[in-house]
Design a protein around this ligand. Structure first.
Ligand code: ADP
Length: 215
């Protein structure tokens, strides 16, 4: 459900009444506004679901004391990797630098993940890794990517259940553009790559949450 951050005039009034008189029943709020309980019901539902008010059965409505900025921050902190991940693009360790460059162009991504024969995460290739390897080098068709990639265990990873904001902090901290999403296991040699989070995914989340709605 999409909930407004900006409250309309009636919702603002309801919040003011609950602030001053809470706990207060829906009936009593309706009386103060000279409206029916039925007319108020959608506004009360929105205010409760958005987190401005708390409703306790047989007691009434309480003001939670949270501002719209606090509520938005809470929502952003709850976004998980699984809500925004993209499909990973992988190449084999034995692939050549030339093949990796072609894959990067064809798949239109900025980071490739490298997997070993058992399809487990072995390394990462960025645009600059491939550019660096290409500069003045005529042998791109014979150099395997395993020679130039950043390799395990030096790869920053995340899981589907991690919070997106934590991954965003890792991208900034480590000065990288993407993180592979791996299937949870403690064995670093057995990471299965199931997705990727890049700066683009995080930008998308930011845009989704910057409109006039919280989800
Ligand atoms: P670029 O090098 O094109 O600016 P990045 O900033 O993503 O792209 O990469 C910088 C370096 O960090 C590269 O050498 C790359 O191999 C490495 N790198 C990229 N992603 C990761 C990651 N998730 N974990 C560890 N190293 C990474």
């Amino acid at each position: 459900m999409v909930l407004p951050i900006e409250l309309n005039a009636r919702q603002e009034k309801i919040v003011e009444i609950v602030k001053d008189y809470g706990p207060i029943t829906g009936e009593q709020i309706a009386e103060q506004l000279d409206l029916t309980r039925a007319t108020l019901r959608p506004d009360l539902a929105i205010l409760t679901m958005a987190g401005y008010l708390d409703a306790r059965p047989r007691v009434g409505y309480f003001y939670t004391g949270k501002t719209s900025a606090q509520l938005l921050t809470e929502k952003i902190r709850q976004i998980k990797v699984k809500d925004y991940l993209s499909l990973p693009v992988v190449v084999q360790e034995a692939s050549t630098v030339y093949d990796a460059i072609c894959t990067m162009f064809l798949e239109d991504v900025g980071t490739l993940f490298v997997v070993d024969k058992g399809a487990k995460l072995a390394g990462v290739l960025s645009r600059k890794d491939l550019l660096r390897a290409s500069m003045g080098n005529q042998e791109l068709n014979s150099i395997p990517v395993s020679i130039i990639m950043t390799r395990m265990p030096n790869i920053t990873v995340c899981t589907k259940e991690d919070y997106l904001i934590e991954v965003a902090e890792k991208l900034i901290d480590k000065q990288i553009d993407a993180v592979p999403v791996i299937k949870g296991t403690d064995d670093e040699d057995a990471y299965e790559v199931i997705g990727r989070i890049t700066k683009t995914n995080i930008t998308k989340a930011l845009v989704d949450f910057s409109g006039d709605a919280i989800i």
